[in-house]
Design a binder for this molecule. Structure first.
Ligand code: C5P
Length: 288
């Protein structure tokens, strides 16, 4: 039997870093949501005790380095499962882009195997297990809109944001989250106002949300890759109402209210940036 699981990309609406922790991670406050750009994960149960992973993208490892593999292994170990699984990933989310593609694939494996193997594990328990795989995996297990705190693994679900469309522009570079966090200077960070962002979501106020989006990790990513700053400027000039980098980058997100405007900005950016997408913000779970 083959099970298909949707693995949506995440975008951040705000990323704040509150301090460095003794375990080497940083305490963060992030507002995250999902968009309708998604990987598709096919799971086939195997009678032999073996995990086989493959993705149709040369930049994704087909071995135990893949977060989807780690997710299957963690689940098997924790719940003493002796069956195996074949995982086929159709990659649509750009890799190393700040869009949570690898984390979302891992989360899809946790949700999908939970069904395939009739385990009946609550989402909160899958999210806890996901935290051992990566800081963004718990958010992706829920796949909705959330305030993430701690190192990213403490999830408070929110209602979907008011915005409906986003333009994603990814320059032709891959960014390592570890490298970006390692180079972050905590003094004088331009902190986003998370409280206002939460209010804007509550009030469904698109313009208020756009006024407050922000990402402190841009201080590092734009200094390493000045092209990210240039794309941000283009996105503003083109008429996006809210502009920020997603996660540790390098993808730049522009928020607009209407599809026709998103398409116009997309057409303007295409000559300037290799990978550009128009997506709809979903913000509630569409994970099956
Ligand atoms: O949790 P994950 O493996 O995705 O994190 C990758 C790296 O990013 C960590 O090894 C750490 O260096 C950095 N990180 C951090 N603080 C966080 C999340 C990630 O310093 N909250």
């Amino acid at each position: 039997m083959v099970f298909f699981e949707n693995a949506p990309a995440k975008i951040t609406l705000s990323v704040d870093v509150l301090g460095k922790r003794v375990d080497g991670y940083h305490d963060v406050e992030m507002v995250m949501t999902t968009v309708d750009l998604a990987d598709r994960v096919a799971l086939t149960s195997l009678e032999v005790d073996y995990i086989d992973v493959s993705a149709d993208n040369q930049y994704v490892p087909n071995d135990e380095r893949n977060l989807a593999y780690k997710a299957a292994l963690a689940l098997k170990n924790k719940y003493h499962i002796t069956r195996g699984v074949r995982i086929d990933i159709e990659k649509n989310i750009p890799v190393s882009a700040g869009l949570g593609g690898g984390s979302s694939d891992a989360a899809a494996v946790l949700r999908g195997l939970n069904k395939l193997w009739d385990l009946d594990i609550p989402l909160s328990e899958l999210a806890d297990l996901g935290a051992s795989i990566g800081s963004d995996v718990p958010f992706c297990v829920y796949g909705s809109t959330a305030l993430a705190s701690g190192r990213g693994e403490i999830i408070e679900e929110l209602s979907p944001p008011p915005v409906t469309w986003a333009i994603l522009a990814k320059p032709n570079i891959g960014v390592s989250t570890r490298v970006i966090f390692n180079q972050l200077t905590l003094e004088n960070l331009p902190h986003p106002n998370t409280k206002r962002i939460l209010e804007a979501i509550n009030q469904q106020d698109f313009y208020k949300l756009c006024d407050h989006v922000g990402n402190v990790l841009e201080t590092v990513t734009t200094s390493l890759y000045p092209n990210v700053q240039r794309i941000k400027e283009k996105m503003v000039q083109a008429g996006s109402k809210g502009v920020l980098m997603s996660g540790s980058g390098p993808t730049v997100v522009g928020l607009v209210e209407h599809q026709h405007k998103a398409i116009r900005i997309y057409n303007g950016l295409r000559g300037f940036c290799d990978e550009v997408y128009v997506v709809r913000i979903i913000g509630y779970s569409t994970t099956c």
